[in-house]
Design a protein around this ligand. Sequence first.
Ligand code: MEV
Length: 424
Amino acid sequence: MRSSEIKEFYKKSIPERIDIVSKFSGLEESQVRLLANTGSLEQGIADKLIENFITTMEIPMGIATNFLINGKDYLIPMAIEEPSVVAACSNAAKIARRSGGFRASSTESRMIGQIQITNVKNMPDAAKKIEERKNEILAMANLASRTLRGMKKGALDIEIRTLAPLENTIIIHLIVDVGSAMGANVINSMCEITAPFLEEITGGEVVLRILSNLTPERVSHAEAIFKADLIGGSRVVKRITKASEMAKHDIFRAVTNNKGIMNGVDAVLIATMNDWRQAEANAHAYASMNGFYTSLSSFEENDNGDIIGKLTIPIAVGTVGGTTSNIPKAVIARKILGINGTEEFQSVIAAVGLAQNFAAVRALSDEGIQKGHMGLHSRNLAIAAGASGKEIDLVSETLKKEGKISMARAREILEEIRKNNGGR
Ligand code: MEV
């Protein structure tokens, strides 16, 4: 019986690991050869980034064009597997450009570190002690980063929280301005450094010491005008506002609307190798901060009968630290983007999220998304069916013409093409 319990897998060389996996899973020789190819990310470096490394994973990266944000032109690298996203985003940016492009801004980089103190015997006394020794706690936290201290950033304040279901528990919020960093590492260090002192003064027992991925004080805002005559006239404008109203009030629609925003946000985060899981968790939690889950964006008709689109979204990406500099193509993506600093980076991402969202909602409010989506999907199916070179367009065009876009039909068409060409 094959077992997944492999002694010291992490100590094996990469070829040994691949060999073990290959035998376990019955990989073919050609597949093993593919695993050995890690593209621009050297095996030796990748092996140091994660554990039990065997290979890298490719994902297409495209460029969204037409972006004008706060008067500056950008090319936006987007890494995503879903067809239509890059095209739709570029198209929305083109429309926004006609009215001056996107206006976007970001707040300061304030984040929260949480320290959970349990088994507190005297809650009012413990809270009083924390309050009294606040400056000492902050000074201790600030030992974690000389850079932040030098910039007059770092741990700024403390909030004391209690939650009814958690008996004898105080939750400390360490409010930290992380400057140009994403912030996770420095905040986690601050929480760990201060925990023993907090135990000492409260008599409690610290359990969790970790940043919160919810960043309501690190938020970006983007807005743009989408002119009625460029998007199908006042009928489409009215329909877009109705769609937006639904996303505001209906959780089932809100989550799909927000997923459309994240199509753009995540694609930039992945291209630049930032933590997109954090962005997802953050955005969706933020969308429910008022007690119900709602849309992060809104589309309203302005006095000229055009659409004004607005998006407010928490985004926490740094321009210092992180693994980006180890991933050659992420470094290139960052260079293509041409941002100077965290606030600009976050603002650009918010504008991309808004563009992506607008493109989807506009299409849904008019012709629907299947037409464009399935057109591109047909190319993917053609490739998956085995088509190459000119065959891809031939199969894809036939699929679209017939309106029956399926893998089975793609295979049949490919077979017919090859038969007509007398084999390949
Ligand atoms: C698909 O990836 C995203 C959309 O569903 C977003 C939306 O419905 O707004 C098209």
